[in-house]
Write a protein that binds this ligand. Structure first.
Ligand code: ADP
Ligand code: ZN
Length: 522
């Protein structure tokens, strides 16, 4: 029998699937033959089989490195049900159980062992592995090794020692999320420069990307759920645990079967909620990003972001949990000025060292530009991941309902002047009142009602002004003092605009964000 037909036999007989997907067959063949591999596949693409089948094809023990203990346990339970000799080695097991697994490893009676990176690199574990007959190393969620990536885990750093310690054992690294720069870093840190790369297209054509301006978020959410996804399962991401609890409770009051999920819940509760979501057909999971890795529910019909994600990578991975069955799914995000303030503050107040903060600021800016796009969102996302697509997709909000833009040069100049004249200390509310000529005691006291900018913007309403200021902040014409009270200041690139050297096009404010329904991908 050829290696290839052996792989297909395992695919059918052990895993119960008829055909390989995408480049799975090539990857399996390469790793089974003892080559290193670097696999980039979107979430749901089918990465696990890429190392599980070679693990069964090659003699010896396959070591799978994965960051999350809960996830490993699920994977191992699933493999055991299929009759595969797999185990997890971690400190949540009793000393006796650990000793038993270590014996099995040495005896060669296991096909796969899942180990967390910090455990793997302990001298004791390394000595144990040196004593085992090894088939391969699989490094799952390999982006965790990259400081440029969005989920850096210091314990992954040590994995760079693997190549040197076990030079003859093939290594396969897998990740769902990698812009070109992260890819380079992963290859370099894991000594995979020479490894064959397998890039699966990141496009998820059945997911419809939409971004709506945040008004009354709860009502917007309720309308979205009722009008577009009644009795369907989906995920609603929030930034904070408190908001997660709050939204879930409120949705339940509205008669929607909603559950909360965040790291503040105890283990059993989290497991129970996850299980309900997994089985249920119409459960709405309101969650922080703690809910994610390892969810394998095919019929998630929508992924909502009530708050701005930290980066495009995070956004893409989170939205990627929708529509794994290939049926249409919505990625729907609400976005407003407050997000910019909140995210910037999180970066500035965080403990990250300065170089890391610089990366985070850059990623946030990329995320903001995505929100303000007036062109196809899918093209933009794919380009971010290094993939070009010639045509607009026809299945995102900007394609379905192209935003109107308007020449906002004069309006923007009024806003910038108002910020400057009032001393670059005041937040959006004050600046908008000033522009619209609304006076109050504070404005009188400051003498601001006497300024030439007072009332020059009363042609626009509060909502319109908020949209203008948000875009000016997102585009860097204004910055926001995030340490204090959100005071607006002139940004670095406002000069050309103030001098009249450039013109500025902004998005027209939308009252209706919902594109007409059309078949996905049409
Ligand atoms: P990833 O790790 O890339 O997110 P998984 O390995 O968890 O993806 O696979 C996602 C889903 O696709 C799983 O339900 C898996 O069983 C299924 N799958 C993977 N490969 C195939 C295949 N060749 N045929 C059918 N289903 C597959
Ligand atoms: Zn599009």
């Amino acid at each position: 029998m050829t290696a290839n037909s052996d792989a297909e036999r395992i695919l059918r007989e052990t895993f119960g699937y008829q055909t390989f997907r995408g480049r799975q067959a090539e990857i399996v063949a390469a790793v089974a033959a003892g080559d290193d591999a670097f696999v980039l596949m979107p979430t749901g693409g089918g990465k696990s089989l890429c190392y599980q089948i070679p693990a069964l094809l090659r003699p010896g023990l396959a070591v799978v490195i994965s960051p999350l203990i809960a996830l490993m346990a699920d994977q191992v339970a699933a493999l055991r049900q299929l009759g595969v000799a797999a185990a997890v080695l971690n400190s949540s097991l009793s000393a006796d159980d650990q000793a038993a697994i270590e014996r099995d490893m040495q005896a060669g009676s296991l096909d796969l062992v899942y180990i967390a990176p910090e455990r793997l690199m302990q001298p004791r574990t390394l000595a144990l592995l040196a004593d085992c007959d090894l088939a391969l190393f699989a490094i799952d969620e390999a982006h965790c090794v990259s400081q440029w990536g969005h989920d850096f885990r210091p314990e992954y750093m040590q994995l760079s020692g693997l190549a040197e310690r076990f030079p003859r054992i093939p290594r396969i690294a897998l990740t769902a999320t990698a812009d070109p720069r992260t890819r380079e870093e992963i290859r370099q840190r894991l000594s995979l420069q020479g490894a064959a790369g397998f890039v699966h297209s990141f496009d998820r054509p059945n997911i419809r990307y939409r971004v709506a301006e945040r008004g009354n978020a709860k009502q917007q959410l309720l309308r979205f759920l009722r009008d577009e996804h009644p009795d369907q399962a989906g995920i609603v991401y929030c930034l904070s645990r408190r908001k997660t609890d709050d939204i879930a409770a409120w949705l339940r009051e509205q008669g929607i079967d909603a559950l909360a999920y965040h790291a503040g819940l105890d283990r059993e509760q989290r497991a129970a909620h996850q299980a309900r979501f997994q089985r249920g057909e119409d459960v709405v999971m309101v969650a922080t990003v703690a809910f994610g890795m390892g969810i394998d529910k095919p019929d998630v019909r929508f992924v909502v972001h009530l708050d701005l994600p930290a980066s495009i990578e995070a956004y893409y991975q989170e939205t990627g949990r929708g529509g794994r069955d290939g049926e249409p799914a919505d990625a729907w995000m609400l976005y407003g000025l407050q997000d910019v303030v909140q995210r910037r503050r999180m970066i500035e107040e965080g403990d990250a060292p300065e170089p890391r903060k610089r990366v985070e600021r850059h990623k946030l800016d990329a995320m903001l530009s995505y929100c303000e796009l007036t062109s196809c969102r899918r093209q933009h996302l794919l380009a971010y991941f290094g993939e070009t697509r010639d045509q607009p997709c026809g299945n995102c909000d900007t394609c379905l309902n192209p935003p109107q833009t308007w020449d906002a040069t004069d309006t923007a100049r009024k806003a910038l002047s108002a910020v400057y004249r009032t001393g670059q200390r005041f937040g959006t509310g004050y600046v908008i009142d000033h522009l619209r000529g609304q006076t109050d005691e504070r404005a009188e006291r400051q003498g601001h009602t006497q300024l030439s900018t007072f009332g020059v913007g009363n042609d626009l309403g509060v909502k319109e002004w908020r949209a203008v200021l948000r875009q000016l902040v997102a585009l860097g014409y204004l910055t926001m003092d995030v340490d204090g009270y959100g005071g607006l200041q002139l940004g670095d690139n406002c000069r050309a605009l103030l001098r009249g050297e450039t013109r500025l096009q902004l998005r027209q404010l939308r009252t209706e964000d919902r594109p007409a329904r059309r078949a996905a991908g049409s």
